[in-house]
Design a protein around this ligand. Structure first.
Ligand SMILES: [Cu+2]
Length: 396
């Protein structure tokens, strides 16, 4: 609210200043020798230098931005294909910076060099085929190379060999949480459909499918380092997007269809935590949190917990009110730890059986309670009738 008021005040000040200059101009009518509205050489010189000033501002701000915020970008990729994605990104950045540096410089230099002068006449210049060819061919070739490299990277990343030894995992998106399903011993995910959602079977897994019998449903994703993980994404309601920034992976989750993405993690969670850049980053975050905690405690609040790094699966499509909080922790284990973790999990079939077994005694208890209360009601009714009859007889 305060910032809005500040903006309103600034805008009003600007309008007032503008009106004042207009009044000032009006007071000068007739007194000035040159009020022709045509730019003089002096005006053109000033404009030329101001433009150079703006060019300097663009260059300085770009360099300042890179130095100040450059470290906020994602660092070391944690997946095998991430290196390819990063190199594509870096090449694109370098191209953009070089081209922008040169073209902006030329644009302002030529504007300055050819600024208006009373002895100079503009050259009539219709077109130049040579120039046209040059500025059409160079960008076309550069862009074609970039796109070809992009397609090569895309095909490399998206190609999943059917015979390859992969781990099948389903990522299930719904407003506003993620659930993961492991394919179990057979490494084949059972069929599923949102119409089959019932009770604790929240993913609508088809329990009549033999492949579904060993499927495991969890709310924290564990994956082993060095193994190819084949994710199959589904959405229950609206468009979501499974985004795992550290692995440079993103894929839309579309209701009514299955999308996929595969990658090989290259650092376990603890290895990634120990990378020098991450140690520095976490220390910096915790320094900020400590400062914030002092403020909070002074106001009577509770201090913030220290931050530890974890890989995350985020939603990258604005899918509703709590979209910002739609995330799941991802843990990259060593293959041994992963096996151990998975072996401790129960299958969905077991979970459903347990839930049904828990329901049965409860139902029996409920039925018993109903019978008891019916009997009590009957006895009460009989007593009431007897009482009424006795009263009637007494009255007679
Ligand atoms: Cu979402």
């Amino acid at each position: 609210m305060t910032s809005l008021l500040v903006i309103v005040v600034l805008v009003l000040l600007a309008v007032a200043l503008w009106q004042l200059t207009k009044i000032f101009d009006l007071t000068q009518v007739g007194s000035s020798s040159d009020d022709s509205q045509v730019a003089s050489d002096n005006d053109n010189n000033i404009q030329g230098y101001v433009m150079f000033g703006f060019l300097a501002f663009i260059y300085i701000f770009t360099i300042y931005g890179l130095l100040k915020w450059g470290n906020l970008a994602l660092h070391t990729p944690a997946s095998e294909h991430g290196i390819l994605v990063d190199s594509l990104m870096n090449i694109t950045w370098v191209l953009i910076f070089v081209v922008q540096f040169i073209t902006q410089g030329l644009l302002y230099w030529f504007s300055f060099k050819n600024r208006g002068h009373k002895d100079r006449k503009a050259l009539f210049f219709a077109d130049s085929n040579k120039l046209e060819a040059l500025w059409s061919i160079i960008p076309s070739v550069v862009l074609a190379c970039l796109i070809l490299y992009g397609l090569y990277a895309w095909n490399n990343i998206m190609f999943i060999d059917k015979d390859e030894d992969v781990i099948e995992i389903e990522l299930y998106a719904q407003q506003f949480k993620w659930t993961a399903r492991y394919a179990g011993q057979d490494n084949v995910l059972g069929k599923a459909n949102v119409r089959l959602i019932e009770g604790i079977n929240t993913l609508g897994v088809d329990m009549s499918d033999p492949n579904a019998q060993d499927d495991i449903v969890v709310s924290e994703l564990h994956i082993p380092k060095g193994k190819k993980i084949h994710f199959k994404m589904r959405s229950q309601d609206v468009l979501h997007s499974a985004y795992m920034p550290h692995f440079r992976a993103q894929m839309n989750c579309v209701p009514g269809m299955v999308t996929e993405f595969a990658f090989i993690p290259t650092y376990t969670t603890s290895e990634y935590r120990d990378l020098p850049f991450m140690i520095e980053k976490v220390a910096n975050i915790n320094k900020l949190r400590a400062e914030k905690s002092i403020e909070l405690v002074a106001k009577g609040g509770t201090a913030l917990d220290p931050y530890t790094f974890d890989y995350l699966l985020l939603c990258n499509k604005i899918c509703g009110a709590s979209h910002y909080n739609m995330q799941m922790k991802v843990v990259v284990d060593t293959p041994e730890d992963y096996k151990k973790w998975l072996s401790e999990k129960t299958t969905l079939a077991q979970d459903i059986k347990a839930a049904e077994a828990a329901k049965k005694p409860a139902e029996a208890e409920g039925a018993k309670a109903t019978t008891d209360s019916t009997a009590k009601d009957t006895v009460k009714a009989v007593i009431d009738t007897v009482k009424a009859v006795v009263a009637k007889v007494t009255m007679k």
